[in-house]
Design a protein around this ligand. Structure first.
Ligand code: F6P
Ligand code: MG
Length: 471
């Protein structure tokens, strides 16, 4: 079911794949090793000893990546079909090595393999090596989190007080666009890119002024069409109007996903929101079900959470300023709203192991029949982030003017799914651009010039919002 268009591979010297494997993965793996080291240090002797074995496996893995070893079969950790698929793919690729292998598959394989180091242990079964990092960055997103909590309370109160008034379509559309753009740019700040960005860079990306300024960086924007779909369903009085989120990162991005979810529910543009998280630690910062609870707990006790030092602050001997009363109240309001929506099943978390499979979504309809059937019931499915975009497009070398619907293959028209991708560009693949746009962006400063590399698309500065109707 894969596309025939050649896939992005780690051996292509002009690609971000090439750079990622050689420069970013070692940093990510070193971070993972540090994390287990610290956690093992304070554990009892048996757990400590087992932690040391896990560290050794991580060290071996890092060494193998840097020295271009072969990808070896993954040991079954209780999901035989899933593991068999991974191992079959390695076989079909003809025993590939780390520095010459399709990027998308090898990256998924790396995280899947790491998870077995833990799942097959006795004391570290559900340990999340990235948890500490995820919560720490959420803490450092405090300014934007607080700003948005105040905005959230404002528009929820406003929407409620106008409940029976005729909807002002223009005003609603404006709010819809604002909420989606907040949600889109929340993706610019994922942790796997932290190897290139500082915390200050991240904070700059999150404020409302930055968002306004970034509007011109949205290269394709199908939000009006997405609005029309949801409005039509509401106007027709459809009883269940479901919007799905195929989630990406936790912390700030999950927070803005929930801001958007809350807006869709309060405005009646949706009646139910289904959130699809990952089941194993994934691409550093992706949401696990436990991250959702951690986030809600954090904002339910805002002082406790935001007034605790982050690792970064500890290192710099800085103490966070206390929250103002209004800030704490706004955050509490948000926490209560979301807890209520969750308790009343208007927001539902629905994990599925397929989200951590190694293939692209071209295979989803054939490989995950039940999931596909379930997804067809949504009015709109929002795929968050860069990895989901790569999975939707098969992470292939498409000509950038290829229509979005073509690049989706079996997930395009006919799939029964209205696919809306909100993606800040952090990889090479991009489609749906007008002729000449790629060349124009390459010619900008740092855009890649005539090096053959599409550098402009690597660091989350540019974004695309693409819709494909499934009918
Ligand atoms: O920056 C590269 C990368 O690690 C890609 O491999 C991956 O697609 C992306 O980051 C993860 O980004 P996101 O969290 O937006 O999916
Ligand atoms: Mg991610």
């Amino acid at each position: 079911y894969d596309t025939k268009t050649p896939k992005s591979v780690t051996s292509d010297p002009t690609s971000f794949a090439h750079d990622s494997v050689r420069n970013r993965w070692p940093v990510i793996l070193t971070g993972a090793i540090d994390d287990v080291y610290r956690a093992a240090h304070s554990a009892d002797p048996e757990k400590h000893a087992e932690g040391n074995k896990i560290i050794q496996r991580l060290v071996d893995l890092k060494y193998g990546v840097l020295h271009d070893y072969k990808l070896t079969p993954i040991v079954d950790d209780g999901y035989p079909d899933e593991i068999a698929r991974y191992n079959k793919e390695i076989e079909q690729l003809g025993e590939p090595t780390w520095l010459d292998v399709p990027w998308l598959f090898s990256e998924c394989y790396m995280y899947r393999r790491i998870s077995t180091f833990f799942s097959l242990s006795k004391h570290w079964k559900n340990y999340d090596i990235f948890s500490r990092q995820k919560m720490d960055t959420f803490r450092t997103s405090r300014n934007a989190v607080v700003e948005l909590a105040s905005r959230y309370k404002e528009f929820v109160t406003e929407l409620r007080s106008n409940k029976d008034a005729t909807h002002d379509e223009e005003a609603e559309k404006l709010l819809f666009t604002e909420m989606f753009e907040i949600c889109l740019w929340g993706n610019a700040t994922d942790l796997s890119l932290l190897t290139n960005l500082t915390y200050e860079d991240i904070q700059k990306l999150q404020g409302s002024q930055a968002r306004k300024a970034a509007e011109k960086n949205i290269l394709i924007n199908h939000l009006p069409e997405a609005y029309a779909i949801l409005k039509k369903a509401r106007d027709e009085g459809k009883k269940e109007r479901r919007v799905d989120f195929v989630l990406d990162n936790s912390g700030f991005e999950l927070y803005v996903d929930l801001v958007l979810a809350g807006f869709l529910l309060t405005s009646g543009l949706a009646t139910h929101i289904i959130l699809h998280p990952k089941s194993i630690p994934w691409f550093v910062s992706d949401v696990l079900p436990g991250d959702y609870c951690l986030l809600l707990n954090a904002i339910a006790e805002p002082r406790k959470f935001f007034e605790t030092q982050s690792d970064e602050e500890k290192a710099q001997d800085k103490t966070p300023a206390p929250l103002a009363d209004k800030e704490a109240e706004d955050l509490l309001f948000v926490a209560q709203e979301w807890t209520k929506l969750f308790k009343e099943d208007q927001i539902i978390l629905r994990p599925n192991r397929y989200w951590t499979a190694g293939g692209s979504f071209w295979r989803l309809p054939a490989e995950a029949h039940d999931l596909h059937e379930d997804m067809k019931r949504a009015e709109l499915t929002i795929f968050k982030g860069d990895l989901n975009y790569r999975k939707l497009t098969g992470d292939a070398h498409w000509d950038p003017t290829t229509p979005w619907t073509t690049a989706l293959g079996p997930m395009g028209p006919g799939s029964g799914i209205n696919v809306l991708s909100l993606r800040t560009c952090k990889a090479d693949v991009v489609v749906g651009l007008p002729a000449g746009k790629d060349e124009e962006l390459r010619a900008t400063e740092g855009g890649g010039g005539d090096t053959g590399a599409r550098r402009w698309a690597w660091h989350g500065k540019w974004a695309v919002v693409c819709l494909s109707k499934g009918s």
